[in-house]
Each structure stands twice: as structure tokens, then as C-alpha cells.
Design a protein around this ligand. Structure first.
Ligand SMILES: [Fe+2]
Ligand SMILES: [Fe+2]
Length: 502
């Protein structure tokens, strides 16, 4: 078996020295499916994946990026899993992207870090009693990956620049790879059940009335680029939190899979965070140029062809609240069971200093009691969803603070805020009430009256849609978004990230 070595030419663009690849971290690029899991010797799983492959390519061609299947896109492909450089950049037609199975290096002597089996050797096979639970977790995670590709498939037609178009496609191919990652685990460890689940993952469709994706936020539309950036900022961050919790798993192959997925996920949140920052920056520049001091003077700001800050806030409110629903109910026996069993840990479990079993511990949870929102101490094991959601909110708030620094530097008197966790919820404690962005409960009439001040209105959608005109010349950007500070792979501003003619 030949291990692909990275050729010096592309490396020179990326690294100042050749990355070292210890044994077991090299990726075999010889077969149909690039991998570092020894597929060439694992005939059963290789055949299962090769059988699944054509259906995946069919799915990609019909449900992947619309109109760009033949374009040459400057993409990064993972060529190793080491910390010091793992990607190579080159022009690729997306259907030819080398989707592969990549696990982070094995940690020798790793033990289960939490739960009833804490301290025992990590499992290399699925313990019989965890089978159903683990399969369900893999399927739910796996389902989100193709779902977001489906949600974003129309966006290529309105990209504000080649740079953004390329970033969209990078996110899309990596979500495709994340599907491969989950399908590998299903096919390797769950036999026929796993193969059936893998087929189902290609059958469901985002937003479909009969066969929708499994989670609500992944059936919503992503109608414009403002939504796309909010989605990658908030919803991909849910992905990060879930993967971080699963990266702690006592089931070692899942842990290693998720650790490598997290490396890719960071870029998705970068796309979202910098995308919104660039929109805010452009709006501030246009307002200053026109001498507009009042950010709520929406008509005048919109007349400049940029997105007014209150609309950006409303989109943030929407995507934040949709994403909170992905964490499930605040109080959950499933979450407690998964933790106890050693399957799903907490965010940064390995950095926490408690006993990692939580048997007598409590955790503060916001609940709805007698028509009021109150904080209540709840057994820590039952409130693990809530805890992960709190970690998510803190992580998102740090990104929002960076957006606000753009506003501060521009001396524009407006700050983006995260709404209260009770706002606009469909799942959990607050699904049965209406609350405003500050968490004050509203009756139906008050909600209906104020809804459009807190969530995007039909008019807001129309305005944003009116700005979505494609800009495809090299180095050019739509008027509503500032160029990035640096190019991908340090490329100059006029770099051709996407060659349309192929
Ligand atoms: Fe993903
Ligand atoms: Fe992602």
C-alpha cells in the first residue's frame, strides 16, 4: 500500500516546513475512498462503503451545490490528521472531491473519562448495552451533515464574490465528508442496521414534507447569504458543541472521528463570524460615508444598498433561537443515560475538575414555573443538555463581542445582542410561551404585535433578497459586504477561487 506523500510544490504554499506524519496518521489515497483506518485490509467495510459511494455521488449531484458541479473550485482537502498541517489546496471539481475517512490519532492507554465506567480502558468495539443509544446519536449527527448542504444548495447563484463562493463550497464538501465519517462508523460497527441507516441518510431531504431531516433547524430555508453566515456562525457552532461532547466518548473510534471533524468545523464558524463582521463593517462604512448617525434610520441605510443593523439583529435572533432548539429539552433522561454510559461527555470534559460522575451534583436550570421564568437547581445528570447549551451561549457570545468591536471601532451606536433563551422557542421549557428578547413573557396578542420587531419580516426578507445579486469577477465584492482582510491560503485579492468554465 502506497501512502501518499505531500508533494513539495503545494506544500510550499502552506507550510514553512514539511509536516511530519507519524505512523497511523498518513492517509491512504490509493483506493476509491481515502482513509487512515486501514480500509484496504478491511474488506467487509470497504465493500459496504464502495456500495454506498454511487448513491452518495448521486445525492451530491442532485442535492449538492446547484449550477457549479463542473466548476473548478480552489478547495482544501485533508491529506493528514496531524496537528501541524493537514490540508492541501488545489482546484477540484466538487464531484471529484476526495471524501475520505479520517480519524485523529489514537491515544495509547486512553481511558473512559466520565460516567459509570470512568477510568476503564476506552472501548474499541461498541458495548452491547450501548448499541441502540450510540446508533441513534450517530444517525442524528450524520443527518445534520447532508441537511446543511441541501439547505445551502441554491446560494451559489447569488454569491457576493468568488471568495465567498469558494468558502460556501468548502463548507459543503466538508459537511459531505462529515456524513462519510458517520457512515463509516455505522457501517463498521452496526452491520446491517448500520447499512440501512446509511441508506436512509441519503434518502431524507431538508424541508421535505414526507421525508424531512431529523431536526427542526435543518429543515429551515437558507434563503440568502445573511442567513448562510448566521447559520454557519450559530448552527455550525451547535455542531462544534455536539462534536466536542462526543469527542470525549468512551467509544474510542467515535472520539477520534469527532476530534478530526472539529478541526474542519472551525473553518465553518470562521466563515460565519467573518461573513457577518464584513457585512457590519460595510454597513458602518456606508453610513459614515453618507453621514447617517442613527442606525435605526432603516430607509436611508437601505437606500445605500447595505443591510441595516436592526435587520442583522433580527436574523441573529432567529438563528440563535432555532439553534438553541437543537440542544433538546433542558431536563433529559437520554442525556443522563448517555453520560452515565460513557458515550457522550460534556464540553471540555477533560478540562473539568469535578468527579466526572455527577451523581450527587446539581446544576442551575431556567424553568417555567407558575407562569414565570425561574432558576432552579436540578440534578446535574438530568441537565446535561442545558449545560451544553450554556456552553454554546458563552461561545457564541464571544463571537458576538468580536462583531461589536467592529461597531465600536466605527463609532456606530449599535450593539448586536443575543436574545433571551426563552425567545422564539419550539422545544423545551419555553416552547409553550411567548417571550421577548429580554425574556419578558408576552400574551399571544402582544407577541403578534411585536413579532416583526424581533424576527425578520416579509419586508426584511424582500430587502435582503433584493441585494443578492451575484458578483463573479475576480477580486470584486457585492456592495453590501466588505472584502476579507486576507485571502484563503494567503492568496491575493484578485485570485481566481472558482473557475466557472472548468
Ligand atoms: Fe459538519
Ligand atoms: Fe459544519
Amino acid at each position: 500500500m502506497r501512502m501518499t506523500e505531500i508533494s513539495p510544490a503545494p506544500l510550499g504554499r502552506l507550510f514553512d516546513r514539511e509536516p511530519r506524519m507519524p505512523d497511523g496518521m498518513k492517509v491512504d489515497y490509493d483506493g476509491l475512498i481515502p482513509n487512515n483506518v486501514g480500509l484496504s485490509e478491511d474488506v467487509r467495510v470497504r465493500r459496504a462503503l464502495e456500495t454506498w459511494h454511487p448513491g452518495y455521488i448521486d445525492w451530491w449531484k442532485t442535492m449538492g451545490p446547484e449550477g457549479f458541479q463542473e466548476a473548478l473550485v480552489y478547495l482544501r482537502t485533508a491529506v493528514g490528521v496531524g496537528a501541524e498541517g493537514w490540508a492541501r489546496f488545489d482546484y477540484v471539481k466538487m464531484p471529484d472531491y476526495r471524501w475520505g475517512i479520517l480519524l485523529a490519532p489514537k491515544v495509547e492507554g486512553r481511558t473512559i473519562p466520565f460516567g459509570a465506567h470512568k477510568g476503564e480502558p476506552a472501548w474499541q468495539e461498541v458495548p452491547a448495552e450501548c448499541r441502540a443509544m450510540l446508533r441513534r446519536l450517530l444517525v442524528i449527527q450524520g443527518d445534520t451533515e447532508p441537511a446543511s448542504v441541501e439547505q445551502q444548495r441554491h446560494l451559489g447563484a447569488t454569491a457576493p464574490s468568488q471568495y465567498d463562493l469558494r468558502n460556501l463550497f468548502q463548507v459543503n464538501v466538508e459537511e459531505g465528508r462529515h456524513l462519510w465519517a458517520m457512515v463509516y462508523l455505522l457501517q463498521k460497527y452496526f452491520g446491517r442496521d448500520g447499512r440501512e441507516e446509511a441508506e436512509e441518510l441519503l434518502r431524507r431531504r431538508s424541508g421535505d414534507a414526507d421525508t424531512p431531516r431529523m431536526l427542526g433547524a435543518f429543515n429551515e430555508r437558507t434563503p440568502d447569504w445573511l442567513s448562510f453566515f448566521m447559520f454557519t456562525f450559530f448552527t455550525d457552532r451547535d455542531g462544534k458543541m455536539q462534536l466536542a461532547a462526543l469527542a470525549q466518548s468512551g467509544f474510542d473510534p467515535l472520539s477520534r472521528t469527532c476530534r478530526f471533524m472539529l478541526t474542519e468545523e472551525a473553518h465553518h464558524m470562521f466563515v460565519g463570524e467573518t461573513g457577518i463582521a464584513r457585512i457590519i463593517q460595510r454597513t458602518c462604512e456606508a453610513m459614515r460615508g453618507a453621514g447617517i448617525d442613527d442606525p435605526t434610520d432603516i430607509d436611508r441605510v437601505r437606500a445605500l444598498g447595505v443591510i441595516d443593523l436592526p435587520t442583522i439583529q433580527k436574523k441573529a435572533n432567529l438563528h440563535f433561537s432555532l439553534t438553541l432548539d437543537l440542544f433538546g429539552s433542558e431536563i433529559s433522561t437520554n442525556a443522563a443515560n448517555a453520560f452515565n454510559a460513557g458515550i457522550k461527555g460534556r464540553y471540555h470534559e477533560d478540562r473539568l475538575t469535578d468527579d466526572h460522575q455527577l451523581l450527587g451534583d446539581t446544576y442551575p436550570v431556567l424553568r417555567l414555573k407558575d407562569g414565570a421564568i425561574v432558576r432552579e437547581e436540578v440534578p446535574a445528570l438530568s441537565s446535561l443538555n442545558m449545560r451544553l447549551r450554556d456552553d454554546f451561549v458563552a461561545d457564541a457570545a464571544a463571537g458576538v463581542a468580536r462583531w461589536n468591536r467592529v461597531l465600536q471601532r466605527a463609532e456606530v451606536p449599535f450593539r448586536i445582542t443575543l436574545p433571551h433563551v426563552a425567545f422564539n422557542r419550539r422545544i423545551g421549557e419555553f416552547a409553550v410561551v411567548h417571550a421577548d428578547c429580554e425574556g419578558a413573557l408576552l400574551d399571544d396578542a402582544a407577541w403578534a404585535g411585536r413579532r416583526e420587531t424581533m424576527l425578520p419580516s416579509a419586508d426584511d426578507y424582500r430587502f435582503v433578497a433584493s441585494l443578492m445579486q451575484p458578483v463573479s469577477e475576480r477580486g470584486a465584492f457585492a456592495g453590501w459586504i466588505a472584502p476579507p482582510r486576507i485571502g484563503i491560503d494567503n492568496k491575493p485579492g484578485d485570485f481566481e477561487y472558482v473557475k466557472i468554465e472548468g
